[in-house]
Design a protein around this ligand. Sequence first.
Ligand code: ADP
Ligand code: MG
Length: 259
Amino acid sequence: MSEDDAGTAAGAPAGANAEGAAAVAAVEAVAERIEDERDHLTQLDSAIGDADHGGNMARGWAAAADAAGDLADPDPETVAKTVGKTLMAEVGGASGPLFGGSLVFAAAELGDGITPESAVAFAETYLEKVEDRGDARVGDQTVVDALTPAVHTFKKSIEVDDLPPIEALAKAVDAAERGVAFTVPIRARKGRASYLGWRSVGHQDPGATSALFILEELLAVAADRLDVEIPETDASSPTIPDDEAAEDDPAEGAGSEDG
Ligand code: ADP
Ligand code: MG
């Protein structure tokens, strides 16, 4: 056995075991980061919500890290499912089922392990479920505003630009950061913040912010596990997939009112 095998449990099949261990490490890193950001997230939620997002997420992710750490022979699907179920049970309120339930559902995409394709499917399914369950879309000042550009950018980077996964993930984090900034000048249309109407304008969404922190930790753990530097990213990459731009039909005639 060479020194390069350090980190792989002796006698275990390297691939699956390494992916499961990386997934557990990611959950632990997220739990630690969310705990560090607890007051920050609570402050954001106190401006436009009920000041519980920091506590909700810290409690949920601490329990999720415990549960993931207790798994005997973790694989990525089981880790994701365990985290989702724990978030559902521990977070409660509106955001437990929203964040946790969507994760339980998306976890199935990791059944054959973590590949660029399965990671894209996982990300897309998670976003779809959050949108469905919350009935939220881009521009509603929610977590969807961070996730949508992140998931679109990740998918395009893998499927169209054929970038290495770590670079795709770095670009996704970049896109999420811009998505978080986008929540500030818009009005909340879903969740508690929507009760404020126009007074929600000028505030950064807490859920979008915690989603960014989670993505940052996934990137850090991925880079660490692959033993590479976090790539420099170019923030000017478009974040809207081509198929959504195809809706303008210049041939449109019948049925349109033009005077
Ligand atoms: P609660 O809103 O129950 O107090 P949290 O404070 O933990 O739960 O989470 C608030 C975050 O949840 C918001 O900042 C927003 O990002 C997200 N959120 C709330 N409602 C929705 C919704 N209907 N769709 C999508 N995301 C939502
Ligand atoms: Mg809240």
